[in-house]
Ligand binder design. Structure first.
Ligand SMILES: *Cc1c(COP(=O)(O)O)cnc(C)c1O
Length: 376
């Protein structure tokens, strides 16, 4: 037990895993030699191939970031009108709809998975609905079977925001192979990073070509522009870094798993703290460690959050506020707290604890001690 209030080094909710700098040097030398900096260069091609193989998917298109991937995915499928989505996510999920002139329709989440509640989708469908945009929150699988059933029944497309779901396998196959398209983010805060980066998982070569055109201004070949495309291309430095990350990702996820186990063991019997279960039938990536601060805990969620700051520990309230509470969304009928009671309640009690490969056992103990109240 620590009696003193010595300020120790800060512990953030996440830190990127960086391989030793020497390991990146040879990649940079190659780029300097070839002078091929972007536009589907050799590292881009190799990374696309290696990443698809690692993830267990057939086709994917790399992007400069996850948000551009989301915006482009909606363009690729010509989604218009209304799209049903979750309020319990990072704001980019819904922003991608507004950037396409699409109206988001918020549906409440399932209290167990924290993902779009499949039982509530149907009631939100209107003649304008063209697609569903669910999120695998914290990398835990949505009810993909039920989502697809509803989509099929109403002739809707399904795009998964899989920004948290890098490498997740569900029922023995990649979670990313569900729906019409899935989107990944490789932002610095994510489990797998290329500084900034993202990808769209595509079901076939034809769709991938369409998406590759769209991310490159709509150029189909040197002289043909087939759509008002955007510049969403990943550059060679990002792609090279991705190749290096791939070499270390299994080790990184294994360490995350140890930390998850440590938290689970030490936090499971603290009154007023509940721990959402690990997903079943899933090879999980341990990308987040949410806890729920219940009414019977000795502090409120905000008090615990503030207490952490006093100990130089920075957990995050993912996701608070809900997307539906931001000014550009709160006027929508579907954005009312009354329509979203589960998400609303969850956003007021969730706290995501630090979890990342270089977090030491000692730092994990520091986090646990703050919650236990053995430090004041
Ligand atoms: C990080 C994130 C995004 C955005 O990805 P960027 O690569 O940062 O643009 C989108 N959706 C969710 C759920 C995210 O967590």
């Amino acid at each position: 037990m620590k009696a003193s209030k010595i300020i120790e080094e800060p512990v953030y909710v996440t830190r990127p895993f960086l391989a030793p700098l020497e390991e990146f040097q040879p990649y940079l030398e190659k780029i300097w030699e070839s002078k091929w900096l972007t536009n589907a260069g050799p590292f881009h091609q190799e990374f696309e191939r290696m990443l698809a193989e690692y993830l267990g998917v057939e086709h994917l298109a790399l992007f400069a970031n996850g948000t551009l991937a989301l915006v482009t995915a909606l363009q690729a499928l010509r989604i218009i009108g209304e799209v049903i989505t979750t309020p319990f996510s990072f704001v980019a999920t819904a922003h991608s709809l507004l950037w396409n002139g699409i109206k988001p329709v918020f549906v409440d989440i399932d209290p167990e998975t924290f993902n779009l509640d499949p039982n509530k989708i149907e009631a939100a469908i209107t003649p304008q609905t063209t697609a569903l945009l669910p999120v695998h929150v914290y990398g835990k699988p949505c009810d993909v079977e039920r989502v697809q059933e509803t989509a099929d029944l109403y002739g809707l497309k399904v795009i998964y925001d899989a920004a948290h779901a890098f490498g997740v396998k569900y029922q023995g196959k990649s979670l990313l192979s569900h729906g019409d398209l899935s989107i990944l983010s490789f932002h610095a805060t994510k489990t797998f990073t290329t500084f900034e980066g993202g990808a769209i998982i595509c079901p076939d070569a034809k769709t991938k070509k369409r998406i590759d055109d769209l991310k490159n201004f709509g150029f189909h070949d040197e002289v043909t522009v087939v759509a008002p495309g955007i510049n969403g291309k990943m550059n060679e430095v990002q792609a090279a870094f991705g190749l290096l990350q791939l070499k270390h990702i299994d080790k990184a996820i294994a360490r995350r798993r140890e930390i998850d186990a440590q938290y689970r063991k030490d936090l499971s019997s603290i009154p007023g703290i509940s721990l959402p279960a690990l997903p079943v039938d899933t090879k999980y990536n341990y990308s987040y460690f949410p806890i729920l601060v219940e009414k019977n805990y000795l502090l409120s969620r905000e008090e615990l959050y503030e207490k952490f700051h006093r100990y130089n520990i920075y957990p995050r309230r993912y996701f608070y506020p809900l997307i539906s509470e931001f000014p550009m969304y709160r006027g929508l009928a579907s954005a009312s707290a009354g329509n979203l009671p589960i998400a609303h309640n969850l956003s007021r009690k969730v706290l995501c604890l630090p979890i990342y490969p270089n977090l030491s056992n000692e730092q994990v103990s520091r986090v646990i001690n703050v919650i236990r109240g053995s430090t004041s």
